[in-house]
Design a protein around this ligand. Structure first.
Ligand code: PGA
Ligand code: ZN
Length: 440
């Protein structure tokens, strides 16, 4: 038993300089776990509630109230509980909050305590977090999707689509995947410079932020970068896109401002299908707005058989929203962001539900991140198969890559997920190493 003895919390800063919650959990045996939670910019309406103060401080974005939740309410409720019983700790906080979206205490307060508890419990067992989450299975290093060109809410709306990412589908290890991704980023920057763009400015996730004339122009630049890097497009290095379509949906129309076009849902899906035909695209995230049910139906029929169709704002790491999507045959993969749901237990539940339905899972950071690396351990311990944390630059991103590189270096028996985890491949193939039973 590793009993929780005390908590402390404070107002920290994320990678955008916006306040966020830091929390330390101390156990009776002296072990400690510390976590600082991330925050999104292109957030879904159905996400758990991030509690902010309003008023003057930090332009209203202060989190003194959420910090107060940890100190005044969460601490007295979970002190004395066994930190190794994550489900009990998380359920206790959810019941204490009493709302469906954690709006009373704040999901930022609850997640900070949830993650710090997991880290303290692992420390007390003298295990790395990934191993505490998955004690009986060898680690599985995820296939990364790495941001190269950024648009949307992370780059001042320079282009409409939010992320153009490289997926090193031919790599045979995690470290090789990162080397390839880094090579593609450098080559893509060269291509942009030759075409007259400044590459010194980067977007929130470290992606290159250039005022390109269209979304296709960004795909052209990334494909040229892959070719210049010497990797074979589609075989060694493929492309993923996060359309983040909720962000440019206005009054029922999808407004591609950079191209001066306004599309209906079906037209947008047809446009994306044409991109998939013309470029080596293996994954499409948030092709439609978060509540565009008819659009998602059409996208699922048209795109899910040929590409990984990934729900982020659509599913918001919510067990009931994912279950409804699975019942309706919507999408074939889910992005998992712990702060969208507020506890590790619920995020893990989403991984379990997805896995049982043959949906692929991509663990994801947020655009506002922190120097913490626990997300990397979740990817390995939960064996999500894929991970998305932004570019290979900026320390809040490299903190996660570096942690994964260390785990691979230290664990000679570590398997690398590789391209077989991509949906729709994953659902046909269902490799047994992705279906471990008995995880906590
Ligand atoms: P966010 O972006 O953290 O700003 O929501 C990440 C994503 O959309 O995948
Ligand atoms: Zn997204």
């Amino acid at each position: 038993m590793a009993l929780i003895a005390g908590l402390h919390a404070w107002e920290a800063l994320d990678s955008r300089g916006t306040p966020t919650v830091g929390c330390v959990v101390r156990l009776a045996d002296g072990s400690e776990g510390e976590a600082i939670v991330p925050s999104g910019a292109s957030t879904g309406t159905h996400e758990a509630h991030e509690r902010r103060d309003g008023g003057e401080r930090y332009g209203g974005k202060g989190v003194a109230g959420a910090v107060g939740s940890v100190l005044a309410e969460i601490a007295p409720a979970i002190v004395g509980l066994d930190a190794a019983d994550q489900a009990l700790v998380d359920t206790t906080m959810r019941e204490l909050d009493g709302t469906a979206n954690l709006s009373r205490l704040g999901a930022n307060a609850v997640l900070a305590a949830s993650v710090a508890t997991a880290l303290a419990a692992a420390r007390s067992q003298r295990l790395p977090l990934w191993q505490a989450l998955c004690p009986d299975l060898p680690p599985l290093l995820p296939l990364p999707m790495v941001n190269v060109v950024s648009g949307g809410a992370h780059a001042g709306g320079l282009i409409d689509v939010q992320d153009f990412l490289v997926v090193p589908v031919g790599a045979s290890s995690f470290s090789e995947a990162i080397e390839w991704a880094s090579r593609v980023r450098a080559a893509t920057a060269e291509v942009l410079r030759e075409r007259g763009h400044d590459t010194s400015l980067v977007a929130d996730e470290g992606g290159l932020a250039a005022p390109l004339p269209s979304n296709r122009a960004a795909l052209d630049v990334l494909l040229a970068g892959i070719q210049r890097s010497g990797l074979e497009p589609g075989v060694e290095a493929a492309i993923a896109v996060d359309i983040a379509a909720t962000q440019f949906l206005a009054d029922g129309a999808y407004v591609l401002a950079s191209e001066n076009r306004s599309l209906r849902a079906q037209e947008l899906v047809d446009e994306i299908a044409a991109w998939v035909a013309d470029y080596p695209i293996v994954s499409v995230e948030d092709a439609l707005g978060e509540d565009d049910d008819a659009g998602w139906r059409y996208a699922s029929d048209r795109l899910a058989p040929i590409v990984q169709l990934l729900g982020d704002d659509l599913f918001v790491t919510s067990p009931p929203r994912l279950e409804a999507g699975i019942r309706g045959g919507i999408a074939n993969a889910v992005l998992v962001k712990p702060n969208q749901v507020g506890t590790l237990t619920d995020a893990w539940r989403v991984v379990e539900i997805a896995r049982a339905a043959g949906y692929a899972t991509v663990l994801s950071a947020r655009s506002g991140e922190t120097e913490d690396s626990w997300l990397a351990d979740l990817a390995v311990g939960w064996r999500t198969g894929q991970v998305k944390v932004g570019s290979t630059t900026r320390s809040e991103r490299t903190a996660k890559w570096n942690r994964l590189l260390r785990i691979e270096a230290e664990e000679p028996g570590a398997a690398f997920a590789g391209a077989a985890v991509l949906a729709p491949l994953a659902s046909h193939d269902s490799p047994t190493h992705l279906h471990p039973g008995g995880q906590k």
